[in-house]
Design a protein around this ligand. Structure first.
Ligand SMILES: [Zn+2]
Length: 348
């Protein structure tokens, strides 16, 4: 059974009128599930989460910083950066999103479910220790990873982040750790926010080699991403042998996304989800939890979320006929990038 983690409070958090990271993103995903009859499927369990307790957040975020979000929310709202703002619901929604991730991994560990999709807002992968950033406040996936390490004495958690933007917050949380391997697959930071995630960022201290960054050339699409799975992800899993897989999913790498310049199609996303699910079956007894990060084309949000939930729950995956061809230059750049990343990492 697959848990679909969702709470009505996730759509009450609004940053500003017309903001791309808006509640319609989740509405579009939920609508695609309803239309396809997935919520009635016995393979899917709609899970309404509880708020995370603060002691689960403190290893990942500063106490005063969290208190600041609570105060801003209580006052009705306030800004952190030009594009990252709080309303009266943000603090609760953020705690529910983090709590949803914890509950999802707990249920998998207790064999109450096989895997999970945390369909949450606000997203988390840009949130730093004491900094709200890039539409994110609490780093949900980092909270879940930390919980798995502490609660279940795990030693090897694999985080794959295929959102189009680099997951700077997740990377910096575990930069000096070899208990969490962060693998970022995103558009090159020279051409996209947040401007980090280059191949030479590989971790430090005992964590050296346990951060892997694939900075994709703008325009890179299905062909390039498949090459990365063959050349980097497969050998990385073989070498690291993770005990649990956490995925930051973002559909903003789709060629129709308004914020980025990547070239993935819905089939490309379905390919990645299927391969990650297969890797989970091979290495972690199927233990995989996906967290929603970005994705700003509403139609794409619906199609890709549907594909992911179908994949996780073992239902037939719908095929959509959007197509996009990447340039040979992109493919060539990706091949060179893979070579470089493999050379630089002690794990290969
Ligand atoms: Zn993104």
């Amino acid at each position: 059974m697959t848990d679909l983690v969702y709470h009505d409070e996730f759509v009450e958090h609004v940053m500003s009128p017309g903001h791309p990271e808006n509640p319609d993103r989740l509405r579009s995903a939920m609508k695609s599930f309803t239309t396809a009859g997935l919520l009635e499927s016995l393979q899917v369990n709609l899970l309404t989460p509880q708020k995370a307790s603060l002691d689960k957040i403190y290893p990942i975020h500063d106490e005063t910083y969290l208190e600041g979000i609570r105060e801003k929310s209580e006052k009705g709202g306030g800004f952190y950066t030009m594009d990252t703002a709080v309303n009266a619901h943000t603090y609760d929604a953020a705690l529910l999103a983090a709590g949803g991730g914890i509950e999802a991994v707990d249920r998998i560990m207790h064999s109450d479910s096989n895997n999970a999709f945390v369909l949450c807002r606000p997203p988390g992968h840009h949130a730093e220790y004491k900094r709200a950033f890039g539409f994110c406040f609490i780093n949900n996936i980092a909270v879940a990873a930390e919980h798995l390490l502490n609660e279940y004495n795990m030693q090897r958690i694999m985080i794959v982040d295929y959102d189009a933007h680099h997951g700077n917050g997740t990377q910096s949380t575990f930069y000096s750790s070899n208990n969490v391997l962060y693998m970022g697959l995103h558009q090159d930071g020279r051409s996209l926010f947040p401007g980090s995630g280059f191949p030479d960022e590989i971790g430090e201290g005992v964590g050296k080699g346990y951060t892997v960054n694939l900075a994709m050339y703008p325009g890179a699409g299905d062909v390039s991403y498949e090459l990365v799975f063959d050349g980097v992800l497969d050998p990385l899993f073989e070498s690291y042998k993770p005990e649990f897989i956490l995925v930051s999913v973002g559909y903003d790498g789709h060629f129709k996304d308004p914020l980025t310049s990547l070239g993935l199609t819905t089939s490309g996303f379905a390919m990645m989800n299927s391969r990650l699910n297969q890797l989970a079956k091979s290495y972690t007894d199927g233990k995989i939890t996906c967290f929603l990060e970005g994705g700003y084309n509403l139609e794409v949000m619906g199609m890709c979320s549907l594909n992911l939930l179908q994949e996780l729950s073992g239902l037939e995956v719908s095929v959509f006929d959007d197509s996009h061809t990447e340039s040979e230059t992109c493919t060539q750049y990706t091949e060179e990038l893979i070579e470089r990343v493999v050379q630089d990492s002690p794990l290969f």
